[in-house]
Design a protein around this ligand. Sequence first.
Ligand SMILES: NC(=O)c1ccc[n+]([C@@H]2O[C@H](COP(=O)([O-])OP(=O)(O)OC[C@H]3O[C@@H](n4cnc5c(N)ncnc54)[C@H](O)[C@@H]3O)[C@@H](O)[C@H]2O)c1
Ligand SMILES: [Zn+2]
Length: 374
Amino acid sequence: MATIRVHLEGDGAAAADRSYDVVCGRGVVAEVGPAVAAGGTRRAVVVADESIARTHARRVQESLGALGIDAPLLTVPSGETSKSAAAAERLWNEFAGMAVDRRTHVVAVGGGVVGDLAGFVASTFARGLPVWHVPTTLVAQVDSAIGGKTGINLSGGKNLVGTFWQPRGVFADIDTLDTLPGREFISGLAEVVKYGMIVDSAFFSWLEAHAGPLAGRDPTAVGTAVERSAATKAEVVSRDEFETSGQRAALNYGHTFAHAYETLAGYGTLLHGEAVAIGMARAARLASLCGRIPPDVVERQDALLHALGLPTAAPQAVRDVDALLAVMARDKKSVGGRLRFVLPSRIGQVDLVDDVPEQLVRQVLATAEAPPKE
Ligand SMILES: NC(=O)c1ccc[n+]([C@@H]2O[C@H](COP(=O)([O-])OP(=O)(O)OC[C@H]3O[C@@H](n4cnc5c(N)ncnc54)[C@H](O)[C@@H]3O)[C@@H](O)[C@H]2O)c1
Ligand SMILES: [Zn+2]
């Protein structure tokens, strides 16, 4: 078990109070009850993905119940379409119907969808309820549950409405990943590779050396990957909580492209991590075309992504360059109409670049490589 601290600095004593722990390891779901009880409440509401309501969410409820905390369960249908205004409204109304008040803590159990939605609802209901995250997907354990970004989608784009709302604590139980479908697990490895690319070249090398055990879901390798990724996410968030200094923006490596692919493919067709893998492959090619990295960086990243079972080229259905560019221009990360990219300068370092010629972006979007060899 490892405990990683998210230090939130900036405005004196109040900010210090908002710091929290990310507890990673096997069986840490059992720690939820004691932590919430120590947070000083007797009342919680568990918001869970319906697919794990009777398994992992039940264990969270048991852990809370053992400490005398009443914790009714609300379920959310699985899938990206639950990150909607309609789903948020349903939860707001359910909270109201249960007389949820500001002493009630929200415990989100599920992947990034439930975490982003429940976090958003918690941050807005009664002007803000404490929230705890129990991430049950690899994406959520290494990324979405840490850092306090919440959000829902609009038809015009992903995550267009949301808040910054830091959790009281995060419990990343590796054992909950055992039930995760293979494609979902592999998809989560894209965010893991991202940490190696943006800040941690030693971790990137470790991933190259352990790609086999990781793809094979060896618990020791998975545990190390989750801990190290969560620690990097925590550190970046600690340094730049509100994405003002540019450091947190590094986490968007591959994501400007990824969001465009996800939007065009229809939410949920391409898994988030798959889109991120393709997006990182595009970003590295763009960096290479801009003369920022030698071609071997592109090749090393491609090789690692392929070794982990991830794609580097977009499916035929989402190769419409004009449509992709149109979505990217609407992305909230574009500044004053100019496209902004996070591009590598080597393995383990990225920069924010906003003077990329559109012609080069078109070129990397249009390139169709052969699919990875089996
Ligand atoms: N807030 C952030 O900082 C942040 C960061 C990254 C991603 N995200 C968001 O996260 C979302 C993607 O998250 P995700 O990949 O976790 O998707 P998800 O929440 O849709 O979960 C993926 C699938 O796994 C199922 N599932 C969840 N846990 C399971 C388990 N233990 N066993 C079996 N099945 C399980 C779900 O029902 C779903 O079908 C996107 O909406 C993305 O925008 C947010
Ligand atoms: Zn992501």
